[in-house]
Design a protein around this ligand. Structure first.
Ligand code: HEC
Length: 193
């Protein structure tokens, strides 16, 4: 009997912890503007990192790697749209934030940029899927890294260049949404910083 009581007691405690304590904790964390500011700063930094990878792979500073490229694009897509706006609950700004209060006064426009980013990321997802399927970029890179320029097939090279160009255009479309939103809704850094 005692053992039964003890087991029941533990079960009840576990249920209480599960249903009451954890949601309370979650609520408490979401309610603190500091946490959400730190969270979105991380997301923004991550996106900036992915943009750098994509940029470098599209201008030849880095080798074009199918998986790394697709992964970077996927991250951008998944962090944009509704996922991005969720990181800006009403009034979540302050000393540690560069978010302008205008975000919540012009939410439609702010949301518009977040959605435009998602759309632009999907655009690059499409153009890069075609380029990856063509495979010309990786082929040409391999040929060139062997140092045999003469061995590079001209037609293949032209295809690779065309694929690069289309992806560069998709990249610019993404960068424009970052810049557009920042210009309107992010407090610029002071010159001394
Ligand atoms: C919908 C608007 C919006 C879009 C789109 C957007 N950002 Fe931001 N970004 C902001 C705002 C607002 C801040 C300031 C957040 C804060 O300090 O609380 C910010 C901050 C940043 C920061 C500074 C983080 C730090 O260290 O404080 C970086 C870097 C950044 N964004 C990169 C990007 C990149 C790269 C993209 C595009 C891929 C992008 N952002 C798209 C609104 C946006």
């Amino acid at each position: 009997m005692r053992k039964f009581l003890k087991t029941t007691y533990i079960a009840v405690i576990t249920i209480l912890l599960g249903t009451f304590l954890f949601p309370l904790q979650a609520q408490d964390q979401a309610g603190k503007p500091g946490n959400v500011i730190a969270q979105r700063t991380e997301v923004m930094k991550l996106m900036a990192g992915k943009m750098e990878t994509i940029h470098d792979m599209l201008d030849g500073a880095l080798h074009f790697k199918n998986e790394a490229f697709s992964h970077a694009v996927k991250e951008l897509k998944e962090k944009s749209g509704a996922h991005l706006t969720a990181l800006f609950p009403k009034g979540s700004t302050g000393e540690k934030s560069r978010a302008k209060t205008g975000i919540w006064g012009d939410w439609v426009s702010f949301k518009g940029y977040a959605d435009a980013l998602e759309k632009a990321a999907k655009g690059l997802e499409k153009t890069s899927a075609v380029a990856i399927k063509n495979g010309s970029i990786v082929k040409v890179q391999k040929q060139m890294s062997r140092g045999s320029y003469s061995g590079v097939n001209e037609a293949e090279k032209a295809k690779a260049m065309a694929d690069m160009k289309i992806m560069q255009q998709s990249f610019i479309a993404i960068a424009k949404t970052c810049k557009g939103c920042h210009e309107k809704f992010k407090i610029p850094k002071k010159k001394a910083e």
